[in-house]
Design a protein around this ligand. Structure first.
Ligand code: ADP
Length: 247
């Protein structure tokens, strides 16, 4: 479902991704972890071209882009739009529209961008709200919800666009500790339902629970990869040191 090959990215003279390769099978959860600054967020953002890689290949489902992009501007824009439509992104903080209700936040993209029927989009949104444990809150405004509830709306909003994969960038790191569990619970449910997930997180215990694949990034490369055993019995000394620090 996801393929990343030879991904490189520098900011100015500083290489951030040196050569990142991995694949993720449909229906699996991949956890990206590693020290701050190791390039995790840049990998995630490259997958929907919020960052433009300098080199490498990114594929989601049947849509592959090779960087640097070639073709004229219209063709490049079209290719990027096609790739973006295949993934949903959940950020550290939810970025909900403050002046729209919960339901309004969920139907905005499907109706405005995807031109879907408003009634169909609203019905689909209600199903998603139930899935994230917020049935009955569709008329609330974001400010009336707790941070954990807001983040669950953020997840539902990403799903409302019917992506094939969900990219989650430290989805709980902006939350008060007592609210982390409810958001991780929703993500765990999505993993069980067979969503294809790529998650940047520092929650190692949660990662152990959900990860089919673990990628440990260090210095812009995948320094270790494997199943959840990477988190309990790493082969690499740098992975071991990192886990000792965060656990
Ligand atoms: P991580 O998610 O592992 O903490 P990031 O991918 O966020 O790492 O960042 C990797 C490095 O790239 C960091 O040193 C960061 O400061 C730098 N970086 C990220 N985004 C930008 C940007 N837009 N401009 C300049 N440097 C950036």
């Amino acid at each position: 479902m996801i393929e990343v090959r030879g991904l490189r990215k520098s900011f100015g003279d500083t290489p951030v991704l040196r050569d990142v390769d991995f694949t993720a099978t449909a229906g699996t959860a991949t956890v990206l972890l590693g020290p701050s600054g190791s390039g995790k967020t840049t990998v995630l953002r490259s997958l929907n071209v919020l960052e433009t890689p300098d080199a490498g290949l990114v594929r989601v489902g049947p849509t592959a882009l090779e960087f640097p992009l070639t073709g004229d501007k219209a063709a490049r824009r079209q290719a990027v739009a096609e790739l973006r439509a295949r993934s949903g992104m959940v950020f550290q903080s939810h970025n909900l529209f403050p002046h729209r209700t919960v339901l309004g936040n969920l139907v905005e993209g499907p109706v405005q961008v995807q031109k879907r029927d408003p009634d169909e989009a609203a019905a689909a949104a209600r199903v998603l709200l139930e899935q994230v444990g917020l049935a009955g809150r569709e008329d609330a405004y974001p400010s009336q919800l707790s941070g954990g509830q807001q983040q669950r709306v953020g997840i539902a909003r990403a799903l409302a666009l019917q992506p094939e994969v969900l990219l989650l960038d430290e989805p709980t790191s902006a939350l008060d500790p007592e609210l982390v569990g409810e958001v991780l619970g929703v993500i765990r449910d999505l993993a069980r339902e067979g969503w294809t997930l790529l998650i940047v997180t520092h929650e190692v215990r949660f990662a152990r629970d959900v990860a089919d694949q673990v990628l440990f990034l260090d210095g812009g490369v995948v320094a270790e990869r494997g199943g959840a055993e990477v988190l309990t019995d790493p082969r690499e000394e740098r992975t071991r040191r990192f886990l000792q620090r965060v656990l």
